[in-house]
Design a protein around this ligand. Structure first.
Ligand code: SF4
Ligand code: SF4
Length: 308
């Protein structure tokens, strides 16, 4: 945990930590939890050996880093034994091959997490209540890695809507059906952030909205992919000076890795118009679920899930 006890995604509390990105070079799809018992033994050995280890540079061998160990006596927190926070402020990660990479890099999710207020961070950390460091470090088990991709505005809106009250992971996913989607959050964050506002967050609890959104997202992504005029000398999409959520949509949803700014702006107009159209159909649906109002479009089925 950091010194001020401000939660980060890497060090959320005294029960667990994330060590998913250690060491920085790993095979695709690798997760420490797949080899939990072996890794636990290695971590104990690393921690014991670290104190007696000679100073000097010693490269990482294979996919295991000798500086990854336990940070507490209870063997709950896993982290870097060369980190300045462990060494009276002295940066010792130069002692491995990837030292610069270790210092420089952090995952996108941890950066998004840090844009939230401390109260909002604590709110979202309830999704990982009860996890140990191995489950917490697993992107397939820890929903925070997925949820962060929807972007800070939506995360803030939900936290406000829940008055920052604590909740269980089960309760959250039962209530907010939308997050059952298999859509890539970062690819779709622009669309959902354009649709949702403080007064229509209830749509996230509607199964029919989720289905409609998934169809909308898929069709729009195909449409934009086909409509795009690309040239070989265009700059990389993510480097353009435009809304980065929209650029993520272009790259990750429509598959446009390179594009000129003018063309990106033209496509944005198309996307924004389609979003406005989609919002109208959602408003129609909203009429049906508003209590006490006549069903204007009874052919659209809406399911609200009640969570105890
Ligand atoms: S994967 Fe992300 S959250 Fe986990 S330790 Fe690395 S930077 Fe931190
Ligand atoms: S030096 Fe530290 S940060 Fe880098 S891979 Fe090893 S344990 Fe992780």
């Amino acid at each position: 945990m950091n010194r001020k006890h401000e939660p980060t995604l890497c060090f959320p509390d005294a029960e667990k930590s994330c060590f998913a990105c250690c060491p920085p070079i790993r095979t695709a799809g690798y997760e420490h939890i797949q080899y939990k018992n072996i890794i636990k033994r290695i971590l104990r050995e690393n921690t014991r050996a670290f104190a007696g280890r000679k100073q000097g540079i010693s490269p990482i061998t294979g996919y295991s880093c000798w500086a990854l160990g336990y940070l507490d006596k209870e063997y709950r927190l896993v982290g870097c034994l060369l980190h300045p926070s462990r060494n009276k402020g002295e940066e010792l990660r130069y002692r491995i091959d990837y030292g610069e990479k270790c210092k420089r890099e952090s995952c996108i999710e941890s950066k998004i997490f840090m844009t939230l207020s401390i109260k909002e961070r604590k709110f979202w950390l309830h999704l990982a209540d009860g996890f140990d460091s191995f489950s917490y470090s697993s992107a397939t088990i820890n929903p925070l890695f997925h949820i962060m991709g929807w972007g800070p505005s939506l995360l803030r809106l939900i936290a406000m809507n829940e008055d920052l009250n604590s909740f269980s992971k089960e309760f959250f996913f039962c209530k907010y059906i939308f997050f059952h989607t298999s859509l890539n959050p970062r690819a779709n964050a622009y669309l959902i952030n354009q649709i949702l506002k403080k007064n229509n967050l209830h749509l996230l609890k509607s199964e029919s909205f989720l289905r409609k959104f998934e169809v909308f997202s898929e069709k729009l992504s195909e449409q934009i992919s086909k409509a795009a005029r690309q040239t070989d000398d265009a700059p990389y999409t993510h480097l353009l000076d435009l809304d980065h959520l929209f650029l993520n949509f272009l790259r990750l949803s429509a598959g446009l890795a390179k594009i000129n700014k003018d063309e990106a702006c033209r496509l944005k107009d198309i996307v924004d118009q389609d979003i406005q159209q989609f919002k109208k159909t959602v408003r129609d649906e909203d009429e049906i679920i508003s209590p006490g109002r006549p069903a204007l479009y009874p052919q659209i089925e809406t399911t609200e899930v009640k969570c105890l």
